[in-house]
Write a protein that binds this ligand. Structure first.
Ligand code: C2E
Ligand code: CA
Ligand code: CA
Ligand code: CA
Length: 276
């Protein structure tokens, strides 16, 4: 057992070295990736449940590594966040999403005033100039603020609640809508809704996945919807993969939905096809 333990230790430390090395390489490769055109946005359609019509789309970042192919966002965004590279990638993403949303209406006036929803990392909020970045992206592109939604995870707004509220307040003063992403997975839960100024919550897909078979998840989801609505907050369900999930969420009064059953993330070109 002793020998095995020793080997085991060696194995893990080697594995750890490799992981560190991979991150360092990834950070180097990620530097300048936007400028080289390796990063791009795909769009996942979001539907309004009251009339089943397209309401907008979430912008999701993709990295096509020249040697290793597509890298999962959960991996490279973490690297971008830790290394600080997100501070240049973040504003570029915001601006690109606004440019694309302008094209949706320019080229398809019948599509209506679709929103574009952009993910923002905790570091972008904490650095304090997110509202300036947003205002700049709107000014540069001419997009009306109401059409831009900013998605922040719960973890970005827990901790220093007063500071978070100030920053979110400033962000909302630009006229954009602020949505809390992955809602229900953090520590804050429903009580948070009263204290931070937000426009919407996105119910995490781990709850949505179980609404048909776990009565607790259905009860919780129903409670989130009721409480959010009593505070004037919009509710989005993410990760809708089955018709039954869509139906039951709709019945419970959920406002918007996205997920593989409704549409996978797709290229700008494919999204434009969807607009007619
Ligand atoms: P997220 O914001 O929660 O985005 C939703 C993720 O769920 C996306 O993964 C999407 O492809 C996936 N998804 C959508 N519908 C379904 C479904 O029906 N079933 C399942 N199982 N999954 C579904 P993706 O694109 O891999 O992105 C992962 C995460 O990376 C995002 O999670 C977000 O936190 C982050 N991310 C993506 N783009 C950006 C960005 O531009 N900036 C920042 N800061 N983070 C980003
Ligand atoms: Ca999101
Ligand atoms: Ca999410
Ligand atoms: Ca469950």
């Amino acid at each position: 057992a002793k020998v095995a333990g020793k080997n085991c230790h060696r194995f893990y430390s080697r594995a750890m070295d490799q992981a560190v090395e991979r991150r360092v390489h990834m950070e180097q490769d990620l530097r300048g990736a936007w400028e080289r055109g390796e990063l791009s946005l795909v769009y996942q359609p979001v539907y309004r449940m009251s009339d089943n019509r397209l309401a907008g789309a979430e912008a999701l970042l993709r990295w096509q590594h020249p040697e290793h192919g597509p890298i999962a966002p959960s991996v490279f965004i973490d690297v971008a966040e830790q290394s600080g590279l997100i501070e240049t990638i973040g504003p570029a993403v915001l601006r690109a999403a606004c440019v694309d949303a302008m094209r949706w209406t320019d080229e398809h006036p019948g599509a209506g005033e679709l929103f574009v929803s952009v993910n923002v990392s905790p570091r972008q909020l904490r650095n304090g100039d997110l509202s300036e970045q947003v205002a700049q992206a709107l000014a540069d592109t001419g997009l009306v603020p109401e059409r831009l939604h900013v998605e922040l995870t719960e973890t970005a707004v827990i901790g220093d609640e007063i500071r978070a509220s100030t920053l979110l307040g400033r962000l909302r003063n630009t006229g954009v809508k602020v949505w809390l992403d992955d809602f229900g997975t953090g520590f804050s839960g429903l009580s948070h809704l009263r204290r931070v100024p937000i426009d919407g919550v996105k119910i995490d897909r781990s709850f949505v996945a179980d609404v048909l078979r776990d009565p607790d998840d259905l009860a919780l989801t129903t409670a989130i919807i009721a409480m959010a609505h009593s505070l004037g907050i919009t509710v989005v369900a993410e990760g809708v993969e089955k018709e039954g999930q869509y139906d039951i969420l709709r019945e419970r009064g959920c406002d918007l939905a996205q997920g593989y059953w409704l549409g996978h993330p797709m290229t700008m070109r494919d999204f434009m096809q969807l607009l007619g």
